[in-house]
Design a protein around this ligand. Structure first.
Ligand code: ZN
Length: 437
């Protein structure tokens, strides 16, 4: 008797659960927004192929399916991009979006409050996204942690911008490439202008522990002097190998990768030997450096376009004179070394140092990457699949595949025959939401 009763109860529980599940599934299918994009041409950077007649099904913020014989649900919103070339959202691996209004004189930062700088950065984020860059790796800011605030405001939906992965501060030697320099030595800087200063392996670890606690996504160190810093020499070495090894090791305890700014050959090689994920600029990389980068699988993130803006501002007098002296001949050296690195088969990512050139113009670097030895497909891969790999997020973006974020852009024409089409992106979707059409 008792046994039969228990069976009846179990049966009704099963029935209740099944009905609830059906109701939930029906409810979910009614509420989930489905979008179908019909793509004329679809570039797949993973395979290096161009696909035709594809439909991309998007549910909420993720790609659900891609193919040429997909059934489009009757309630789906259809976006017709049959006359365009569709690509995954672009990724710039070297930006400085949180530095406010662009100013080639870094001393300008001392005339602004942190709040001014943050609010001035809001349009930087918007124009970056609208130009087709749905993700950026932002690699340092004059005032620490402003980039974290910008990232979080975008993620909350308070302001419009790309998905940001941020460094929080420059981890730099005192007076080094990432320091706020140019003031008299008896002027005391506020905390957020020397937050990342470190002068021994243990100080490097201490700074990285603070940044990890603050919620950064990666660590930016500087292992040589800089072009656009007062009192700096790009040909010098800054952090030692020991300090760089401490940085990579400490960052790894928090699951963080490290990128290193480096112009000088020794600064580049020390960073690679220490195990950084990418070398930024890599201006004076020599043959040994290229071989080491290949051996360690280190990405080279070479900003070969911004020389145009440095030179132009030199001509119109708005670039500080010492910066132009640092820069002399380095622009061409970097471009020649970019060509060498591409020919040698080193791993290359797309990074522009956005902020040196106006925000929203990063797409102009593609033509230079092609001019200096890449195929158009390689240049696109540098800014999509390679960039996602460098950031450690290949499962989430970098190509248009089921399960990844619906980060999708489109251009008129074919970027594989005219790479400059990527300078004027006409359709931008990030996270399943359209920002430009
Ligand atoms: Zn930079």
């Amino acid at each position: 008797m008792q046994e039969k009763r228990n069976e009846r109860i179990a049966a009704s529980v099963r029935e209740f659960l099944l009905t609830s599940f059906i109701c939930f599934a029906l409810f979910a299918s009614v509420t989930a927004q489905t979008t179908a994009i019909r793509a004329g041409k679809l570039i797949d950077p993973d395979s290096g192929a161009v696909l035709t007649g594809q439909t991309i099904l998007i549910r909420d913020n993720k790609v659900e399916a891609v193919g040429n014989n997909l059934t489009i649900p009757s309630n789906a919103k259809i976006i017709d991009l049959t006359k365009m070339t569709v690509l995954p959202g672009l990724i710039d691996c070297h930006t400085h979006l949180a530095d406010g209004t662009r100013d080639s004189e870094p001393i300008g930062v001392f005339r602004k409050t942190a709040a001014e700088l943050a609010l001035e950065s809001v349009p930087n984020a918007r124009v970056t996204l609208e130009s087709g860059f749905t993700t950026v790796r932002d690699v340092g800011t004059y005032r620490a942690l402003g980039d974290i605030a910008l990232r979080d405001a975008i993620n909350r939906g308070d302001i419009i911008g790309p998905r940001m992965y941020v460094a929080g501060a420059y981890v730099t030697i005192t007076g080094g490439a990432g320091a706020d320099t140019g003031l008299a030595p008896d002027i005391t800087l506020p905390w957020d202008m020397h937050y990342g200063e470190a002068n021994s392996p243990w100080e490097v670890r201490q700074v990285i522990r603070k940044l990890a606690h603050d919620g950064v996504d990666h660590i930016k160190v500087l292992s040589s002097g800089a072009v656009l810093t007062h009192g700096s020499n790009p040909k010098s070495q800054e952090f030692t190998l020991e300090e760089l090894q401490a940085a990579v090791d400490e960052a790894s305890h928090f699951g963080l990768r490290v990128e290193s700014h480096a112009h000088s050959p020794e600064g580049i090689k020390n960073a690679i030997r220490a195990g950084v994920a990418s070398v930024e600029h890599a201006t004076m990389i020599d043959d040994e450096g290229i071989a080491l980068a290949k051996q360690h699988g280190t990405y080279l993130d070479m900003d070969i376009y911004d020389e145009e803006c440095i030179q132009e501002e030199g001509k119109n007098g708005s670039m500080p004179k010492d910066f132009l002296e640092h820069d002399a001949a380095l622009g061409q050296i970097q471009r020649d070394n970019f060509r060498k690195a591409v020919a040698a088969g080193a791993k290359m990512s797309f990074g522009t140092d956005a902020g040196v050139c106006p925000y929203g113009t990063s797409g102009k670097q593609f033509a230079f990457m092609v001019k200096y030895g890449m195929t158009p497909m390689q240049a696109i891969q540098a800014a999509t699949s390679n960039a996602a790999d460098l950031l450690g997020h290949s499962n989430e973006f970098g190509s248009i595949k089921p399960g990844k974020y619906a980060d999708i852009i489109a251009v008129t024409g074919d970027p594989l025959t005219d790479i400059r089409t990527l300078e004027t992106v006409q359709f931008v979707m990030k996270d399943g939401k359209i920002y430009k059409q």
